[in-house]
Design a protein around this ligand. Structure first.
Ligand code: ADP
Length: 189
């Protein structure tokens, strides 16, 4: 089962996914991490992605779709894949819908927090692309390109909102209970 983690930069998707993966054996796939690895290894893909990432722009859809398709094609349906950072555009979401068998996407967890909280968290994190200017740009790109996915998954009845302006442990409790609830349901079906 695929669980799509949706929400703005800094909302805590990665933190929640890493925790759930560690304690429950879920697989955490972060496209941002995969890209940063490519950059660190100075691969061809990394070199071209770095230009987009350092500006806070999205890496082109075809690159991302190919990267994710490779990872999800053999994923066992009874296990949980936490997809963190993908899809980020309607085109990516449509490609994912096509690549997945019906019912494979079990839910989308939609993490929400006020924008001031997001900015403060990103500035505190201090990654290379976490400067004031790039953060503002990334939030704008998120609103324009990624926010429409909320409706995409709500229309499919897959969206579950998680208020994320709370303690990490409290959010985690909600993440785990929602994911295991959907997992139990799909195993019964
Ligand atoms: P954040 O959620 O804080 O923006 P990520 O680690 O998820 O950080 O992503 C970092 C950067 O990697 C993004 O700003 C973007 O340039 C690139 N990226 C990651 N996932 C995708 C994707 N699905 N489509 C396009 N670009 C992506």
């Amino acid at each position: 089962m695929i669980a799509i983690l949706l929400g703005a930069p800094g909302v805590g998707k990665g933190t929640q996914a890493a925790l759930a993966a560690e304690t429950h054996g879920y697989t955490h796939m972060s496209t941002g991490e995969l890209l940063r690895q490519e950059v660190a290894e100075d691969t061809e893909l990394g070199k071209s992605a770095d230009i987009f990432m350092s500006r806070g722009d999205l890496v082109p859809d075809d690159v991302m779709v190919q990267m994710v398709a490779e990872h999800i094609s053999n994923f066992p349906s009874e296990k949980v894949l936490l997809l963190d950072g993908f899809p980020r555009t309607i085109a990516q979401a449509e490609a994912l819908d096509e690549a997945c068998t019906s019912g494979a996407i079990g839910l989308s967890l939609y993490f929400t927090a006020p924008e001031t909280v997001l900015t403060d968290r990103l500035l505190a994190r201090g990654r290379q692309d976490d400067t004031h200017e790039v953060i503002a740009h990334r939030l704008g790109v998120y609103a324009k390109a990624t926010e429409p996915l909320v409706k995409h998954y709500a229309d499919q009845g897959l969206l579950r909102e998680i208020k994320s302006d709370r303690a990490v442990e409290d959010i985690q409790v909600d993440v785990l209970s929602i994911v295991s609830g959907v997992l139990n349901q799909s195993n019964l079906a």
